[in-house]
Write a protein that binds this ligand. Structure first.
Ligand code: PGA
Length: 277
């Protein structure tokens, strides 16, 4: 499998922003802006807060835009006050779900084990998981980036079949680059995204089958995104990298004039890839 066959994705994580009305308005603006250049578009995923999901699903109806949630519980129902289940998400028309975002790990006590349970539940309910991994500044400075990220990836994949893993999306989001304006250098982002891919392949094919683990393995099918202060001025360089299949975007996803150029940049990547096939 070659890079051009992986899905290119631009996903907007609105975090705790946008009321129903504002969310619908933004989704409508994005849909209107890309309506006329359908061809070779990346997968565009909008992830509003739970309360705006229904409005955004309606605004995205019959358009190339998909909708994702920012979190979910792994269980389907029960006495879990304040939680939202995967069946509730599919019921409202959601296709994607962000799992294990660093803000959830940092502020809401999410663990690798919890991420794994959510990932398996999302797959079971036909939601495409966008699994977030990434190191803190202290971990980067202590040279722990690769081991930490690899651990998060393999912990998330425990008990997940090879076939299911091929359909998931992983987002590399260094915590120190989120909302800080500090983008990870695109070459370094590419290196870690590639390392994630190799980790996935090794997880299924093992060290013994190194060739497959490096090329043509399970990891070659997985879309690996970069996230952390992505904006119009940095996206082209990221999209020029071999192993960055798109972006998970926070701040720059909150206004159409900031978000649409990111979609256009990813579209250029797809066109270039197709011209090489
Ligand atoms: P940012 O957020 O683009 O505002 O840095 C990215 C994210 O947290 O997904």
């Amino acid at each position: 499998m070659t890079e051009q066959l992986r899905k290119t994705i631009i996903a907007g994580n609105w975090k705790m922003h946008k009321t129903r009305h504002k969310g619908r308005e933004l989704a409508e603006q994005i849909v209107a802006a890309i309506k006329h250049h359908h061809k070779d578009l990346p997968e565009v995923v909008l992830c509003p807060p739970f309360t705006a999901l229904h409005d955004v699903v309606q605004a995205a109806h019959n358009s190339p835009v998909s909708v994702g949630a920012q979190n979910m519980d792994s269980r389907t129902s029960g006495a879990f006050t304040g939680e939202i289940s995967p069946t509730m998400l599919t019921d409202v028309g959601v296709d994607y779900v962000i799992i294990g975002h660093s803000e959830r790990r940092q502020f809401f006590g999410e663990t690798d084990n919890g991420v794994n349970l959510k990932l398996k539940s999302a797959i079971e309910h036909k939601l495409v998981p966008i699994v977030c991994v990434g190191e803190s500044l202290e971990e980067r400075e202590a040279n722990l980036t690769d081991s930490l990220v690899a651990r998060q990836v393999t912990a998330a994949l425990a008990g997940v079949s090879e076939a299911d893993t091929k359909t998931l999306v992983i987002a590399y989001e260094p915590i120190w680059a989120i909302g800080t304006g500090k983008t990870c250098e695109s070459v370094e982002a590419n290196r870690v995204c590639k390392m994630i891919r190799t980790t996935v392949s090794e997880f299924y094919h093992g060290e013994a089958n190194k060739a497959k683990a490096e090329k043509g393995g399970v990891g070659d099918h997985v879309s690996v995104l970069y996230g952390g202060s992505v904006k119009a001025s940095t996206i082209d360089e990221l999209m020029a990298q071999s192993d960055v299949d798109g972006a998970l975007v926070g701040g720059a996803s909150l206004a159409a004039e900031d978000f649409v150029p990111l979609i256009e940049s990813a579209q250029k990547r797809i066109k270039q890839q197709l011209s090489r096939v």
